[in-house]
Design a protein around this ligand. Sequence first.
Ligand SMILES: [Zn+2]
Length: 166
Amino acid sequence: MSITVLGVDPRSRSKQKLAAPAPLPHVSRRALARVRDRIAPPTACHCCDGRDVYLQSNATIYGREYGDWPFVYRCAHCGAYVGLHPDTDLPLGVMASKETIKARKDAKFLFQRLTKERFANNRTAAYAWLAKALGIAPSICHFGMFGHDQADRAADVCRAQLGSRA
Ligand SMILES: [Zn+2]
């Protein structure tokens, strides 16, 4: 299924306090403004296309609430899920299976090491390098948007770049 990457959420410029969908305690305009490459909150599952996608506590995934903004969009049919940008109702990326999310996490760990060791912690430069290495547009070069294969490829290019130290 094709995912559309949008610009900054227009609600970030709202004059009024924003309504927050349950169970979120609030949605912050300032936090919305920080999300440059936005994916709309999913109404259908990005994996199976099912309509049973619910915004809920991430305790349904981890057994207890995890992190400062412990929420996910989760598909009741196939179990795919995605976390949220803090203080917003916006998904961090594309809903995915547990295995894909693990592959993304492993790749991101290597990427963060690379960012530190080769790019002096300049994330913008490191992401620009990664987009080029993967041959994709910078707007979709986010770990939360990677499929399993793409996450594995990202891990491979980062490992190669780190050389024998990885
Ligand atoms: Zn699904």
